[in-house]
Write a protein that binds this ligand. Structure first.
Ligand code: NAG
Ligand code: NAG
Ligand code: NAG
Length: 335
């Protein structure tokens, strides 16, 4: 179980009131208070080294490339949406030399759970009184797992999310992204930290889980596993940039911000959320930057470095089911 003092999370003393009537909000409306009151409280692993990062800082360290050739010298919040889906935001530094910005502890949450890296919150109104609140976690580096003690699956840029579904203002379910899939639970099933859902983040890969401990995935015979524990608490409601997403027009608008995330919200705009390219380097050819790949029939096909991920726009924000992949979505009623 989770236990920490109330004083560690001042944000929790904010209103916990839940709207009694159905909620239909205009695009520019501020975020309803029930969203933050039910925002996840997430634990990074005790031996984590690849901490949350601010998207604004990430952009200063990358060059937009297509097929390993630069298409512009740099990129900003204001012009990233002009880039195509074939673009890979590529580290200016040799990733194999562990550049400081990819290994920075600047985003490590402090004793109050406050990270200097803002969460990206995306709110989507849907039919039936539904409001989906996506909490996006961003890291500049994903350190993949080890298979038989060999490192695989590293990439620059890492977008993960948890999504809390509200019905008429009351939390009903949660989705936790992990690797190519994820898991869904009723809100009631979740462990709570002062009423908020508690989640655990796998070391390096940053996959999200509802329970502490070891989580094996993707390969048979427990060859590849994530480790989680109640290491460093991250309060996702303490520092954020929040937006509305209109599914019918596929456009974003500003809902508000807090902390670092509030500082330049208007100037940053919303165009960056529509960028459909990759947030990290394209997968290197074998031998380049120490790249190696292992292929064992159809069982194993892994490389040390893989292509960076797509961003929020590609995470099925308009989903009807709770899960990102809607075809096979089980909402578990227990952990
Ligand atoms: C990138 O390289 C691939 C394979 O060599 C080629 O098919 C594609 O046209 C190239 N794209 C661009 C934009 O140069
Ligand atoms: C974005 O703006 C910066 C600064 O004005 C400029 O140097 C860069 O080339 C622009 N990038 C793109 C992709 O338009
Ligand atoms: C969002 O838009 C997509 C594409 O038009 C549509 O398939 C989906 O059903 C919409 N979602 C909701 C919740 O209306």
């Amino acid at each position: 179980m989770v236990g920490f003092t109330l004083s560690a999370l001042p944000a929790l003393f904010l209103s916990l009131s839940v709207a009694a009537s159905p909620v239909r909000l205009a695009k520019r409306d501020p975020m309803p208070s029930f969203v933050l009151a039910n925002a996840p409280v997430s634990y990074l692993y005790s031996k984590e080294q690849w901490w949350p990062a601010d998207v604004a800082v990430h952009l200063t360290h990358v060059t937009p490339e297509v097929n390993f050739s630069a298409v512009a010298p740099s990129v900003t919040f204001q012009n990233i949406s002009s880039l195509g889906s074939d673009v890979c935001l590529t580290s200016k530094d040799d990733v194999s030399k562990s550049p400081a910005w990819l290994n920075s502890a600047v985003g490590k949450p402090d004793a109050n759970g406050l990270s200097t890296a803002p969460t990206t919150i995306v709110l989507v109104n849907k039919p039936g009184g539904i409001l989906d609140a996506f909490f996006f976690y961003f890291y500049s580096y994903d350190h993949g797992g080890k298979v038989l003690d060999i490192e695989f699956g590293d990439h620059v840029g890492d977008w993960e999310h948890s999504m809390v579904r509200f019905v008429n203002g009351a939390p009903s379910a949660i989705y936790l992204s992990a690797h190519s899939g994820g898991s869904a639970y009723t809100f009631n099933a979740m462990q709570k930290t002062n009423g908020r859902p508690t989640t655990y983040i796998g070391v390096g890969t940053h996959a999200n889980y509802a329970k502490s401990g070891k989580h094996c995935h993707d390969l048979p015979a427990d060859l590849l596993c994530d480790q989680t524990d109640s290491g460093t608490l991250w309060d996702l409601a303490a520092n954020y940039r929040a937006f509305w997403f209109d599914n019918s027009t596929q456009t974003f608008s500003i809902a508000g911000g807090a902390g670092v995330g509030a500082a330049n919200l208007e100037a940053e705009g919303t165009g960056w959320l529509s960028y459909a390219g990759r947030w990290g380097d394209e997968q290197y050819p074998v031998l380049e930057h120490g790249q190696y790949c292992l292929e064992i029939g159809s069982l194993v096909n892994e490389c040390l470095y893989t292509t960076g991920p797509t961003g929020p726009i590609a995470k099925n924000l308009g989903r009807n089911a709770v899960c990102q992949k809607e075809a096979s979505c089980t909402v578990s009623t227990s952990l």
